[in-house]
Design a protein around this ligand. Structure first.
Ligand code: SF4
Length: 348
């Protein structure tokens, strides 16, 4: 876009400054936000309450960033649609829309790739290329919302659970969340937003101090340090004791219930004995456990757990009084685990 200024993702005050630098009144900023975030209009020429000369001027000096759709796949098994987008620098990211009983949720990416190296994850395979801007996160939301609305459906929630570790891109994620929840912009309650982390303890504590009502979803995957280190290298820096302490602080500061995600990988972390240790570890935390049977990834040697193993793991947690659900493995036929579609498209 050359030297043009991207107006997507700017805060209200920044847009007011931008319009005043053009000699325009501050209400122009509110009108523009209305077009972008409420109506999903990105062309200045369609902003009919702007005088024509202002539309022409804006078109010369500014633009509203949009994503270029490279591929889209919808699962035949369940209502999951996966999108592969190209960014302005030709990097590629993925987003997913999933249908739940309560509505449609968009799973968006916060980075191109990821440097955390979790062994079960396709996103981490190629390392981190770069972090996304708040505008690039917002562009995913606006694209997916528009695509749903085209089919008479509505977006009801967001999960930051796509490619990348959101807490490694802290400030851009916070800027994105403020804009997402701003009444001038998307106006989505943060109660409908979940942020997933592999467990960056100092950032969890920093997030807790902001007292946002969003759900923190912690990817746990093992109840003992020796095993968790093998599955998630981040555990070497932030072992389980420190991570769970940080979760308690988050729960206390925000008054929200923590979700612990536990990907059950056959022959690795799915034995019932681990469920007992896990129950003991988290019994004093207001939490919910999400068991996710591993979705086989091409190029990774790990396998799905047996259904009986999944059941007995779940029952052991339930017997210990821990609320638990087994998440269906969404979109198995369309590479819906994070990073799979991008890897395949980059390879082919
Ligand atoms: S699971 Fe999340 S944190 Fe771990 S490598 Fe994948 S994207 Fe990164």
């Amino acid at each position: 876009m050359g030297n043009k200024k991207n107006l997507l993702g700017l805060k209200e005050e920044e847009l007011i400054d931008f319009f005043s630098s053009l000699g325009e009144k501050k209400y122009r900023a509110h009108q523009l936000m209305d077009w972008i975030y409420k109506k999903g209009v990105f062309s200045f020429y369609e902003m009919t309450n702007f005088p024509l000369d202002l539309r022409e001027k804006l078109n010369k000096i500014a633009y509203i960033q949009e994503l270029h759709l490279v591929a889209q796949k919808t699962s035949r098994e369940d209502n999951v649609t996966k999108y592969l987008f190209e960014l302005e620098d030709q990097e590629r990211i993925e987003s997913v829309v999933m249908e739940y009983s309560h509505g449609f949720t968009a799973c968006i990416s916060s980075q191109v790739g990821c440097r955390m190296g979790c062994i079960f994850c396709a996103s981490g395979k190629g390392g981190l290329a770069r972090s996304l801007s708040s505008a690039e996160m917002m562009a995913q939301v606006l694209f997916l919302r528009k695509d749903l609305e085209r089919h008479g459906k509505f977006l009801s929630g967001i999960v930051l659970m796509g490619m990348g570790e959101p807490l490694e891109n802290f400030q851009a994620v916070i800027d994105f969340l403020y804009l997402l929840s701003s009444p001038q912009a998307v106006n989505m309650s943060l109660r409908h937003v979940t942020l997933s982390t592999c467990g960056i303890v100092p950032r969890i504590l920093q997030l807790a101090q902001l007292k946002l009502p969003l759900t923190l979803s912690v990817s746990l995957n093992a109840p003992v340090n020796s095993l968790r280190e093998k599955i998630m290298p981040v555990n070497r820096s932030y072992p389980l004791e420190k991570l769970l302490e940080a979760c308690k602080v988050y729960e206390k500061e925000t008054g929200t219930r923590i979700t612990f995600d536990y990907i059950l990988i056959g022959n690795l972390n799915s034995k019932k004995g681990y469920a007992h240790i896990l129950a003991n570890l988290i019994k004093n935390i207001n939490c919910h456990v999400n068991l996710i049977p591993f979705n086989p990834v091409k190029g990774l040697e790990y396998k799905s757990p047996d259904p009986e193993e999944v059941n007995s793991f779940k029952e052991a947690l339930e017997r210990a009084g821990i609320p638990v659900t087994v998440r269906r493995t969404l979109g198995r036929d369309i590479d819906a685990a994070c990073g799979q579609l991008r890897r395949r498209k980059n390879i082919s």
